[in-house]
Write a protein that binds this ligand. Structure first.
Ligand SMILES: Cc1cc2nc3c(=O)[nH]c(=O)nc-3n(C[C@H](O)[C@H](O)[C@H](O)COP(=O)(O)OP(=O)(O)OC[C@H]3O[C@@H](n4cnc5c(N)ncnc54)[C@H](O)[C@@H]3O)c2cc1C
Length: 349
């Protein structure tokens, strides 16, 4: 069955960028999404500066900056006790924009470039070749792109999703922003877990919390007290927080993108960049013709070269918040290493 040249499953940043690039190069593309758009998502809403070249290549730089957003002016680290450590960052480097707005804009661009978008339709079955089943309908295409996130249904059906160990859980909400918050991204360490806040407007902020399932209620109570959050707030949940990499990110004309291929620690604020860039790399590998799978695997490896140590540091810091809090005391005396790490992740424009 060949209804389209390519089916992309999942309209997060990876799927929409991939669909946009494929459609832009003349392919007939179907982008399938299980949620009704626009939708919110468990995410810190922080856009790493590395995304700008990708957005510019899509012709979206100015349109993104026209969305409601806040430019981050500093990153601060708050240990269990003591004064915070504050690092100013370059103006306009990192911005905070709600995922419902960002993801809707990326989908809109994919549609403008010729992709067909269908939301509220979940892929529930897969037959090699490829035929996907969604809401009882069977749809076929020779190329399939799995961009359906960290719990990728497509990767699981294809036998490529590793079984995840018991891991931490994340919760997220948008809530009123206290007047003292400022335009800072705050990294918060509690005894039982960690979290972060980011301003999404003058009145509202994003709050994410991460802990082992048994500790999450305690961390949430601490944050609710600290930021004066009321009981009516709507929290979203996602798990697992971390996962081993998918087994084979390209094979049999199936390409795994974004979180479906590899999940990074949210603390780094780089997940959206990796998602978008992998969508771009996969589409370009296919456009390149022969041996597109090997080309994508190579480009995907290259994308992470020299960057994954940041993820390891972030993971360790998040797994051991008490030790991290002690380390923050040392950084008060000698802040240069933490300042350099912060600048590496969010500083460059
Ligand atoms: C707590 C937390 C905070 C984070 N904060 C940041 C941050 O501030 N900055 C940053 O850069 N990254 C952050 N990340 C990481 C970032 O959210 C992800 O890396 C990014 O969303 C991955 O994009 P994606 O397109 O691969 O997948 P997703 O954004 O997860 O999109 C997948 C899409 O697929 C859809 N889908 C799923 N299953 C199906 C199906 N069966 N059929 C059809 N559609 C389906 C989903 O509805 C979803 O829309 C954070 C992550 C967490 C957990």
């Amino acid at each position: 069955m060949r209804d389209y040249d390519a089916i992309v499953v999942g309209a997060g940043p990876a799927g929409s960028v991939c669909a946009a690039r494929l459609a832009g190069s003349g392919r007939r593309v179907l982008l399938l999404e299980k949620s009704r758009f626009p939708r919110d998502k468990v995410c810190g809403d922080c856009l790493n500066p590395s995304v700008w070249p990708i957005l510019d290549r899509l012709g979206l730089g100015a349109r993104l900056r026209a969305l409601p957003h806040v430019a981050v002016s500093e990153v601060s680290y708050h240990g269990i006790a003591g004064r915070p450590l504050i690092f100013p960052i370059a103006a306009g480097a990192e911005i905070v924009v709600k995922r419902r707005d960002l993801d809707a804009l990326l989908v809109q661009r994919a549609v403008e470039l010729g992709a067909e978008f269908r939301d509220n339709i979940a892929v529930t079955r897969l037959t090699p070749g490829w035929t996907v089943e969604a809401n009882g309908e069977r749809i076929g295409a020779p190329l399939l792109f799995a961009a359906d996130g960290r719990n990728s249904t497509v990767a699981r059906f294809a036998g490529r999703l590793p079984v995840s160990k018991r891991e931490r859980t994340a919760i997220q909400c948008h809530c009123p922003r206290p007047s003292w918050h400022g335009n800072a991204v705050r990294m918060l360490f509690y005894r039982e877990g960690y979290g972060g806040t980011a301003p999404v407007s003058a009145e509202e902020m994003n709050l994410c919390l991460v802990a082992r399932p048994g500790d999450l209620a305690r961390v949430r109570q601490r944050a609710e007290r600290e930021f004066g959050i009321g009981g009516a707030t709507e929290w979203r949940t996602i798990a697992p927080l971390a996962r081993r990499d998918a087994r084979d990110i390209a094979g049999d004309n199936l390409f795994l993108l974004g979180d479906a291929a590899r999940v990074v620690e949210p603390f780094t604020g780089e997940g959206i960049y990796y998602a978008m860039r992998s969508g771009e790399l996969a589409a370009d590998a296919v456009a390149g013709g022969a041996d597109s799978e090997a080309a994508y695997r190579r480009a995907h490896r290259e994308m992470y070269r020299g960057r994954l140590w940041v993820n390891r540091v972030a993971r360790l810091a998040g797994l051991h918040p008490r030790v991290t809090s002690m380390a923050l005391r040392t950084f008060r005396i000698w802040p240069a290493p933490l300042g350099a790490l912060t600048a590496k992740v969010v500083g460059q424009t």
